[in-house]
Design a protein around this ligand. Sequence first.
Ligand code: CMP
Length: 132
Amino acid sequence: MERTLILLKPDALERHLAGAVLHRFEKKGLRIAEMKMLRITPELAGLHYAEHRDKPFYPQLEQYITSGPIVAAVLEGPEVIAVVRRMVGPTNGIEAPAGTIRGDYSLSSQRNLVHASDSPASAEREIKIFFA
Ligand code: CMP
């Protein structure tokens, strides 16, 4: 059984969509193995988004991800990393197909509701950051 990390980002909570997003993963048959609400600090943002730290959009990303509470969860299921990435959809909500979470609820490449680990190595690294 595989595990992945998801973050319900500040816009998901502000828009009262955390339950709707989680419900999709539950309806798919995935198990919520761990879950907690927290506020991401700039230090934690830098750790989690290490690969984006040098990107031009990083300052905005840090401001957004630290702007309000988030929910971190570990989801478990067969091939869950790929399954969840498909359910979440491409980064930009404008381009994400209908039926994906971002396609149905987002019109932004930043405020895109949910983060999901993109590989087994990322999942292992990110789960350790949020659930040490
Ligand atoms: P996520 O899947 O969590 O991974 C990196 C995040 O950076 C991404 O979702 C978006 O929230 C944000 N992001 C990615 N590309 C851009 C961009 N071009 N402009 C602003 N934010 C971005």
